[in-house]
Design a protein around this ligand. Structure first.
Ligand code: PHE
Length: 451
């Protein structure tokens, strides 16, 4: 078994690691999925549960994945094989690879939608359209059998191109400049949105919790989204961790990435919800929410067309820096574990993912009548991967680092061989051994109707 990576690169600098990891974390999850989950799950109460999941469960598992990745220097499956030979822990990595395939299949579809919207923005197609017309515009587009597929294909090709050009050059370079720009654009959109007449209701929806809205489903969605947004539970951070240099401080990197990701999601909420209420859009409209809402806001800004172009361009880039990390999980596994040349591995992985994605895309139109457990194909894959596969993967990773890894090994990795002080080690181990796995376990049991 080829556990040893063939040509492993390292990130150039600490800021490079943070940027690449933040690039993976920040994506459609923050700007497209977070708002629609908030809308579907009753607003502020969902956000509170989400923040609790990040703080009490997510952060510790981010650190755990970095530790597993850097210590092993291997892909999601190889990492477990290396750190726990002759055991079944590698199945956790395998679950992660499956989750990455599942997520990227629908992620590519939504990323394709951002390309269509970039195209429409550059034709100035939003201007003068009423909220109703914008609604119809989106529905007509996604139910077209061919057009979304074309964009999805283009997106998958770009993802392959980036991976092909290597970890360091491919990812670091793009994120370092474009992520901060995305942040600035979102802040400006948020400022415009909160000053819209009638926007106050959106702010109330975001920040005044109605705790009676919390139920098992809301908690499961919040937990699942915490994992999805942090790129957690499928080995993406393990894989990136394997490229992190030995002198970087893993705890500090984890905290910075988690903070950046959370702030951007909240800002996206502030940019979107005032407009949702100001234009009478249904907060629970689901995956279409952002696409139906923001074009209304661009029109209210001086130079509206440019804002639309800039926003959808940057959202497309943010999607790319995330999809790269998803495809990297699959590619690193296929090339290193199955011993297939990296270039061929990229192609094969992307092919399988794109074909599954075609069904997700068609489930918005021609195949919308195909329902499995009351979900269409798109929603099913989204629900299954984010809410079940990722927390499950995270739970096992947490147990692995908490119980299987020796305390001294964990300490060695976090302190860079004794150079750094790790005063939070007992707390971290408590969370990894008990709090996180039990928390996830009980949310699962509750949702399965066992308790
Ligand atoms: N975190 C990414 C986003 O928010 C999606 C993602 C999930 C990427 C899992 C990698 C792994 O868009």
């Amino acid at each position: 078994m080829a556990n040893q990576p063939l040509e492993r690169e390292h990130f150039g600098s600490k800021i490079g690691v943070i940027m690449a990891s933040a690039g993976s974390a920040i994506g459609l999850g923050n700007i497209w999925k977070f708002p629609y989950e908030v809308g579907k799950n009753g607003g502020a109460a969902f956000i509170m549960v989400y923040l609790a999941c990040i703080l009490f469960i997510g952060l510790a598992i981010v650190i755990a994945e970095y530790v597993v990745g850097r210590r092993s220097g291997a892909n999601a499956v190889g990492a477990f094989k290396k750190l726990a030979p002759r055991s079944l822990w590698w199945l956790v990595g395998m679950l992660g690879v499956l989750a990455a395939v599942t997520i990227l299949s629908f992620y590519g579809v939504v990323a394709g939608w951002t390309f269509e919207y970039l195209f429409q923005a550059s034709k100035n197609a939003f201007v003068g359209k009423s909220p109703d017309e914008l609604n119809t515009m989106f529905n007509t587009f996604v139910s077209n059998p061919y057009r979304p597929l074309m964009w999805q294909l283009l997106f998958m090709l770009l993802t392959c191109g980036l991976i092909y050009s290597g970890v360091k050059k491919g990812i670091e370079r793009y994120t370092e400049i474009l992520m901060p720009l995305l942040f600035i654009v979102i802040i400006l959109l948020a400022i415009r949105a909160v000053t819209l007449p009638g926007g106050g209701a959106g702010i109330r929806f975001l920040f005044h919790p109605d705790f009676s809205a919390i139920n098992g489903d809301v908690v499961l969605s919040a937990l699942g989204h915490a994992f999805f947004s942090l790129s957690l539970g499928l080995g993406a951070i393990i894989t990136y961790g394997s490229y992190v240099s030995k002198s970087d401080n893993l705890t500090a990197i984890s905290i910075e990435v988690v903070l950046l990701d959370t702030v951007i999601a909240i800002m996206a909420g502030v940019a979107i919800f005032p407009a949702v209420f100001a234009y009478g859009i249904e907060p629970s409209s689901g995956p279409s929410l952002v696409f139906k809402t923001l074009p209304n806001v661009f029109q209210q800004m001086p130079g509206g067309m440019l804002w639309g172009i800039l926003f959808f361009f940057l959202l497309g880039v943010a999607a790319l820096t995330s999809s790269v990390s998803l495809l990297e999980v699959v590619t690193a596994y296929v090339s290193e574990q199955l011993n297939i040349k990296r270039h061929l591995a990229i192609f094969l992985s992307a092919l399988v993912i794109t074909v599954i994605g075609v069904f997700c895309s068609l489930s918005q139109g021609p195949l919308s009548h195909v329902l499995i457990f009351k979900h269409n194909i798109f929603d099913l894959l989204d629900h299954l991967s984010a809410n079940w596969m990722l927390p499950l993967g995270g739970m096992f990773t947490s147990l692995f680092v908490g119980w299987h890894m020796k305390k001294s090994d964990l300490e060695d990795e976090l302190s860079n061989g004794g150079l750094l002080k790790v005063s939070a080690l007992p707390l971290l181990r408590f969370v990894l051994r008990w709090l996180a796995p039990l928390g996830i376990f009980f949310v699962f049991l509750y949702n399965l109707g066992v308790i």
